[in-house]
Design a protein around this ligand. Structure first.
Ligand code: FES
Ligand SMILES: [Fe+2]
Length: 361
């Protein structure tokens, strides 16, 4: 395992960005403890339906919020009143803003330090995302847009599928600029390839030739528009297959992370029925299986602190530069991106923008 500092990513151990922390269906009234960004957290759904994510250590005496199953507080209806949560030890009550708003045995003013951090939450696509920012600032970019989510002819994913826990997320991110592994690890055949960097967006555009395996899922060639929106969420749009994938990577400790994925497809009949759902599951399993081929490498490899990058490798170095913007103060991001902005190619692979005929020639 290597840390962000060992990869020389920047000033911060954990990057700025949106990250998945749970599936919507897993978050209910009963608080659950999570551990991400090297921190203990507690998540629950308030009475209003909003998801609340708080730092877990009670400022009174350090009790873990969300613990103490047999406490007289946690078995009392006042435990989870409205959108609040009470500490199981002395029943201090914290609001969704993280501020203590009631102490049952105290009638003076509540000390201003009686608060825990409340994390920004966006619940979308059946997933709960939080914004992590080492500078504590508000989000400066949005979650990716999956417009298919609201298209009635598309079969939505049913939450993220957990794949595995891995080492530093940069090794997963490298995959997005790794053209040479596509053929050798995945058995694909890329015929055009490019990466591009644009602010908080990183793109991978590729065209592959695939023999029809009789499943009816493939065309002779297919185009994939993939990329990252910040450091924690990747997308893949498989044009001919009419499929979309989301990949989420969330830091656990400095040097470890969690990997999830999910897929949506357009229903071949235009109707979302069991047949379409089955096809979605098949495609999702294929995507997940593809990622696990990378996963078994990532799990056992040693950290690639320096990549011996060949001209015919993808632009790893440039991608890592782009990625480092999230590990440094926001004020430096534009300057970091400016060093690599634009389109980058790998020797031997024609640009994605080239016509297929030109690619063959
Ligand atoms: S430790 Fe939380 S209320 Fe006392
Ligand atoms: Fe891969």
């Amino acid at each position: 395992m290597a840390t962000s500092a060992e990869y020389d990513l920047g000033q911060y151990a954990f990057p700025r960005g949106w990250f998945a922390v749970a599936n919507s269906r897993e978050v209910g009234r009963k608080p659950v403890n999570l551990h991400y960004f090297g921190q203990e957290l507690v998540i629950y759904r308030g009475e209003s339906g909003r998801v609340v994510l708080l730092d877990t250590w009670c400022p009174h005496m350090g009790t873990k919020l969300g613990s103490g199953e047999h406490s007289a507080t946690t078995t009392d209806p006042a435990f989870m009143e409205g959108d609040n949560i009470r500490c199981p030890f002395h029943a201090w009550r914290f609001g969704p803003d993280g501020k203590c708003n009631h102490i049952p045995y105290h009638d003076g003013p509540i000390p201003p330090g009686a608060r825990v951090r409340s994390w920004p939450i966006e619940e979308r696509y059946g997933i709960v995302f939080t914004w992590h920012d080492p500078e504590g600032l508000a989000p400066d970019f949005d979650l990716p847009l999956f417009e298919q989510w609201d298209d009635p002819s598309w079969v939505r994913w049913d939450g993220l599928e957990y794949l595995c826990d891995l080492k530093h997320p940069i090794e997963i991110f490298d995959n997005m600029s790794d053209v040479a592994h596509l053929g050798h690890l995945h058995g694909g055949h890329a015929v055009a390839y490019e990466n591009a960097y644009d602010g908080h967006l990183m793109h991978q555009r590729q065209r592959s030739a695939v023999a029809d395996d009789g499943s009816g899922l493939f065309d002779a060639t297919y185009s994939t528009l993939a990329g990252y929106v910040g450091p924690g969420i990747a997308f893949g749009r498989f044009q001919e297959m009419a499929a979309v994938q989301i990949i989420c990577v969330t830091p656990i400790e400095d040097g470890t992370c969690r990997l999830w994925q999910a897929a949506m497809i357009k229903s071949r009949s235009g109707v979302v029925d069991d047949t379409a759902r089955q096809m979605r599951d098949q495609v999702s399993a294929m995507f997940g299986g593809g990622l696990l081929r990378d996963g078994e490498i990532w799990q056992t490899k040693r950290p690639a602190i320096h990549i011996m990058q060949l001209p015919s490798d993808g632009p790893f170095r440039q991608s890592r530069s782009w990625y480092s913007q999230f590990y440094n103060p926001r004020a430096q991001a534009a300057e970091i991106v400016a060093r690599v902005a634009g389109v980058h190619y790998a020797k031997g692979w024609p640009p994605f923008t080239a016509q297929p005929q030109a690619v063959e020639a």
